[in-house]
Design a protein around this ligand. Structure first.
Ligand code: ATP
Length: 514
């Protein structure tokens, strides 16, 4: 069975125990909301990035990639609006002295109402069986319709208050909803204040000549300032996209959800430049393409949902999140934003340089509109990792912990295990290992009984275990054990490469998007 909400701790401890994710600077008691990826974690993370890069860059002849610097000219952040508007509303509880994001407190309150709706729907589905019509029930059942209306009205009021930057109204809403601090249980709140999330630093050797800089809070601006360079040197024609994977930094107010919300994290962003007026069409297309990418990994589709924004960022004319069912509920995994011509126009204004495209079909120049897809590598990691971790009860009553990672993302594709160390089996297993190593990330393990080695590979998410036994010496066959079904079959050594390739190749997985 997949893990439930209260098992989030198991996810975190599994990530640590098996060498996926460690707290940063752990020997110094750690640094809050900063994490290190360990030997297994880095491989999973690289595979996620590769899966995204191939889907976005390699499979689109009109999308190219870049890798821009983290440091940028400080005026970039003035032009992008981050200096003035990259704020989160914070509120403190006077009793517990804990700090919260005011919008998150309200959203969590709404999530509780949504959980009630889900509960009512599940009950009704059970009661009505096959004849259950969910949509109709939601519209006609008084209690459920009431919950839906309340959630909507709370979110609309919050959206409105935040858009108008009316922080008093945000506090009023928190008080009216009787939201209490989960630690102190009290509603003794401070006023709501704005807090800028950018980290500042300095460049230059001497104090007087040093220049104030920011660590980039998103990778997107590195793409915008290079728009014309890439368009010209790549001879790109609109519509086209520029993709980038890289680190971003945000001084998050509250960061208590493991790698979900970090102060240093990684983004995979793609800015798609389109003709003005066509942005809605492209926005819809990218929503569809991106959700298909998620579905291609094989987790059930009810783990994903779209959430259309009520409160639009200063640059957007439409925005939606792809939310994922994390162990702590549905939360944003990816954002798809129709950013209009805000960024390029603003950079034109601040830099004094034209950032336009001459459209030969229209015979005119214009500032392109932009549709962006933006996903956090670390959130994707957490989504995949938490959804893959299962505890199974086997037929003999024992349990096993298994990480059912999509094979394309698994850090190790196969483990080669000699049944025993003696009789030349180690040497034979090594030969197989060395041959497969050319094409796949494989590992070799001869320690402990083979059953324990299987369990260890299950916990690491390795899709195949290949066992070399005495018969191997006779007929050049091995057993191959499948992680999820635990089935074993006898196959020729010569066939191993093909079997593994069919299961793990990116092509095989990405084709599911078609
Ligand atoms: P949230 O509302 O959760 O703070 P956001 O709307 O500010 O997120 P965006 O600015 O749209 O996020 O960033 C795009 C993506 O980057 C997000 O969908 C998420 O996957 C990732 N991301 C943003 N902030 C963080 C963070 N602090 N830690 C890890 N990933 C993050």
């Amino acid at each position: 069975m997949a893990l439930q909400e209260d098992d989030f701790k198991k996810v975190i401890s599994h990530a640590k125990e098996y060498g996926f994710v460690f707290q940063s600077s752990e020997i110094y008691d750690g640094l809050s909301a900063v994490y290190d990826y360990a030997q297994q974690g880095v491989a999973l993370k690289n595979n996620i990035k590769d899966y995204w890069w191939r889907a976005m860059v390699q499979m689109h002849d009109n999308i190219v990639g870049i890798d821009s610097a983290i440091f940028m000219h400080p005026t970039v952040w003035k032009a992008s609006g981050h200096v003035d508007a990259f704020n989160d509303p914070l509120i403190d509880n006077k009793d517990s002295k804990k700090r919260y994001r005011a919008d998150v407190l309200i959203e969590d309150h709404v999530a509780k109402i949504e959980a009630k709706i889900e509960k009512e729907l599940a009950k009704a589905a059970k009661r009505f069986g096959d004849s259950f019509d969910k949509e109709q029930y939601m519209a006609t059942n008084e209690r459920v319709a009431g919950y839906i209306a309340t959630s909507k009205s709370i979110l609309a009021r919050m959206g409105d208050a935040l858009t108008k930057e009316d922080l008093a109204a945000v506090k009023e809403l928190i008080e009216e909803l009787k939201i209490v601090c989960p630690i102190s249980g009290s509603a003794n709140w401070t006023d709501v204040k704005q807090f800028n999330l950018m980290f500042g630093t300095k460049i230059g050797a001497s104090a007087d000549s040093a220049m104030d800089l920011f660590l980039r809070p998103e990778t997107a601006q590195g793409i915008f300032v290079n728009f014309l360079n890439v368009q010209k040197t790549g001879r790109m024609k609109i519509p086209f996209g520029i993709a980038q994977i890289g680190k971003a930094f945000r001084n998050e107010i509250v960061a208590r959800q493991f790698i979900f919300r970090q102060r240093e994290f990684e983004q995979m962003e793609m800015q798609f430049f389109v003709r003005p007026g066509t942005q809605k069409e492209w926005y819809d297309k990218w929503k569809e393409t991106r959700i298909k990418w998620h579905y291609s990994l094989g987790f059930s589709e009810d783990n994903y949902r779209f959430h259309d924004h009520d409160k639009l960022a200063h640059y957007a004319d439409a925005a939606a999140d792809i939310e994922f069912k994390f162990p702590f509920g549905f939360k944003e995994l990816e954002g798809i934003h129709s950013r209009t011509d805000f960024d390029l126009s603003s950079h034109e204004k601040y830099s004094g340089k034209k950032l336009q495209f001459f459209d030969p079909e229209l015979n005119e120049s214009y500032v392109p509109y932009v549709v962006e897809t933006s996903i956090g590598v670390d959130r994707m990691f957490l989504a995949i990792f938490s959804k893959s971790l299962e505890e199974e009860t086997l037929e003999n009553g024992s349990t096993r912990t298994v990480l059912k990672l999509p094979a394309v993302l698994a850090p190790t594709k196969a483990a080669i295990l000699p049944l025993v160390k003696k009789d030349g089996l180690s040497e034979l297993a090594h030969e197989i290992f060395q041959e497969l190593q050319w094409d796949f990330a494989v590992s070799y393990d001869e320690k402990d009984a083979v059953g324990r080695r299987y369990r260890r590979q299950d916990a690491l998410g390795t899709p195949f275990c290949i066992t070399v036994d005495h018969q191997t010496k006779v007929d050049q066959t091995v057993t191959i054990r499948h992680r999820d079904s635990m089935e074993q079959e006898r196959v020729a050594i010569a066939d191993l490469s093909g079997i593994i390739d069919r299961a793990v190749s990116t092509k095989h997985w990405l084709k599911k998007m078609a």
